[in-house]
Design a protein around this ligand. Structure first.
Ligand SMILES: Cc1cc2nc3c(=O)[nH]c(=O)nc-3n(C[C@H](O)[C@H](O)[C@H](O)COP(=O)(O)OP(=O)(O)OC[C@H]3O[C@@H](n4cnc5c(N)ncnc54)[C@H](O)[C@@H]3O)c2cc1C
Length: 411
C-alpha cells in the first residue's frame, strides 16, 4: 500500500481495545497512528483474563508472548457463598479440552506494554505522551483529531476513520452525551494489594475466587498475581460503599470483617498499597459508531467486573470494529452502518454477561442451579469463559427464570 501523508486510521488510547483494533487494521496494510496520553508502563486495574481472550490474542500474534510471560496461569473460577461455603471450581478445561481453556492473571502495566509493543512491531505508529484533545468533524463525519504533546505543542491529524479507545475517559461519549448508565448496576469498588496472602497450590493457584459478603451486600474478588501479590477488591452498591463512608481504608477493613473467608486468607499477608476506589460504573453508549468514527472497549461500554469480562470485551470489540473498518476501507464505505455493523451482535453477547451479573446480585446460586439443571453446566461455563456471542446459550436464562418462579411459589 502506498504511503499517504495522513493515516487511514487514528486510534485514541493504547489500552487493550486500542492496541487490538490498531494491530488488526495494520496487519491488513493500512496506516494506523495511535495516540496514548500516558507513557507506558502505567498502572491499570483489570487483571484477570477469561479464556475466550485466547482467540483474539492468537490473531494479534500475542500467544507465544503470553506463554513466555511470568503471568500466573488461571484454570478456573470458584465462588464462595455468604456462609463461607465453597463451590466446586469451574475448571474451564472440563468444558473445552483445548489449550484456550488456560488463561492468565496479568499485571496490567506489563500486559499493556506487551500489547502496545506488539502493535508497533506490526506497523502501528504509536505515540505515547500525546493526548487527543478533540475529534474533529466536517458536519456529521469525523475527519481527524487534535492532539497535544507533553510540551504543549498541538497538531491536527486527519484520517478516514477515528477509533475511540480512550477507556472510561470516553471522549466521544462525553462529546455527544451518549452515556446510558445502568441503574440496576449502580455499584462501586474498593481494592488494594497484599503480599504473602494465602494462595491455593497446584492447578488452583491461579484461580479467581469470588466471595460473597456475609450480609450479601456485595462481594470480594481474590486474584492471585505474580511475585506473591494478591489483588483484592470489594464491590457493592454505590451508596452502601461510599455514602457517609469517606475513609476508603476504613471501609475496606470493615468489609474484610464482613467477609471472614477473605479475612482469613489475608491475615498471613500484609497490605502493600493504599486502597483505590472507583465510582464510575456500568454504562453503555447509545451507539457504537457514526460516519467515520467508532467506539471500542470501555469507550463504548463498561460492565460490572464480577466475571472479569472487561479485557475480553475490549479485545472482542477491538477485533470486530477492526474487521468492519478494514472492510469499509476496502470498499470505500466508512459510514455509520458499515463501521457499526458488529454492534447488535456484540451487544447481545454483552447482555448475556450482564444478565448473569444481575442474577448473581439477585441471589443466584451456581451450585444449586447446576444440581437442578445439569444439562446447563456447559452453557454456564461458556458464559463464564466469555463465549458469549451465540444464541444457543439463551435457554439457560429460561431455566434460571423457572427456578425463580418455583422458589417464589414454594415460599
Ligand atoms: C474495579 C474494576 C475491576 C476490574 N477487573 C477486571 C478484571 O479482573 N478483568 C478484566 O478483564 N477487566 C476488569 N476490569 C475492566 C478493565 O479494566 C477494562 O474493561 C479494560 O481496561 C478496558 O480496556 P480499554 O482498552 O477499553 O480501556 P483502558 O484500558 O482504560 O485504556 C484506555 C487508554 O486510553 C488512554 N486515554 C484516555 N484518554 C485519552 C486521550 N484523550 N488521548 C489519548 N489517550 C487517552 C488512557 O491513558 C488509557 O491508557 C475492571 C474494572 C474495574 C473498574
Amino acid at each position: 500500500m502506498t504511503n499517504r501523508s495522513s493515516p487511514h486510521v487514528v486510534v485514541i488510547g493504547g489500552g487493550p481495545a486500542g492496541a487490538t483494533a490498531s494491530t488488526l487494521i495494520a496487519q491488513q496494510g493500512y496506516q494506523v497512528e495511535l495516540f496514548e496520553r500516558e507513557r507506558f508502563p502505567r498502572y491499570h486495574i483489570g487483571e484477570s483474563l477469561i479464556p475466550e481472550t485466547y482467540w483474539v490474542l492468537k490473531r494479534l500474534g500475542m500467544l507465544e508472548k503470553m506463554k513466555a510471560s511470568q503471568f500466573i496461569k488461571k484454570y478456573s473460577v470458584q465462588f464462595v457463598s455468604p456462609s463461607g461455603k465453597h463451590s466446586a471450581p469451574f475448571y474451564f478445561h472440563d468444558n473445552k479440552p483445548h489449550e484456550c481453556s488456560q488463561t492468565w492473571q496479568i499485571r496490567r502495566s506489563e500486559f499493556d506494554v506487551m500489547m502496545l509493543k506488539n502493535a508497533e512491531e506490526q506497523g502501528v505508529a504509536v505515540h505515547e505522551g500525546m493526548r487527543v484533545l478533540d475529534v474533529l468533524f466536517d458536519e456529521d463525519r469525523a475527519v481527524g483529531v487534535q492532539v497535544v504533546d507533553q510540551s504543549g505543542t498541538q497538531k491536527t491529524i486527519r484520517a478516514d476513520v477515528i477509533v475511540d479507545a480512550s477507556g472510561q475517559s470516553s471522549l466521544l461519549i462525553n462529546k455527544f452525551k451518549l452515556r446510558v448508565p445502568d441503574p440496576d448496576l449502580n455499584k462501586g469498588a474498593l481494592w488494594t494489594y497484599f503480599e504473602g496472602a494465602y494462595r491455593d497450590q497446584g492447578k488452583d493457584e491461579g484461580a479467581t475466587v469470588v466471595l460473597s459478603l456475609r450480609d450479601k451486600k456485595g462481594w470480594f474478588w481474590y486474584i492471585p498475581m505474580q511475585d506473591d501479590v494478591m489483588s483484592i477488591g470489594v464491590v457493592a452498591n454505590f451508596d452502601y460503599l461510599f455514602k457517609g463512608r469517606t475513609n476508603h481504608e476504613l471501609t475496606f477493613a470493615e468489609e474484610l470483617e464482613n467477609c471472614p473467608a477473605v479475612k482469613e486468607r489475608v491475615m498471613q499477608g500484609k497490605q502493600i498499597r493504599p486502597v483505590k476506589a472507583t465510582k464510575d460504573y456500568t454504562y453503555r453508549a447509545s451507539q457504537a459508531a457514526g460516519d467515520g468514527w467508532v467506539l471500542v472497549g470501555d469507550a463504548f461500554g463498561f460492565l460490572d467486573p464480577l466475571y472479569s469480562s472487561g479485557v475480553l470485551l475490549a479485545l472482542k470489540s477491538g477485533e470486530l470494529a477492526a474487521d468492519a473498518i478494514v472492510e469499509g476501507l476496502q470498499s470505500g464505505d466508512t459510514s455509520r452502518a458499515q463501521l457499526g455493523k458488529w454492534e447488535a451482535g456484540y451487544v447481545e453477547g454483552m447482555n448475556r454477561m450482564r444478565r448473569l451479573v444481575c442474577e448473581y446480585y439477585d441471589g443466584f446460586n451456581f451450585g444449586e442451579f447446576i444440581r437442578r439443571f445439569p444439562q446447563h453446566r456447559g452453557s454456564i461455563t461458556d458464559l463464564l469463559i466469555g463465549d458469549l456471542f451465540k444464541q444457543e446459550l439463551d435457554p439457560v436464562f429460561d431455566d434460571i427464570d423457572s427456578m425463580k418462579v418455583t422458589k417464589a411459589t414454594s415460599e
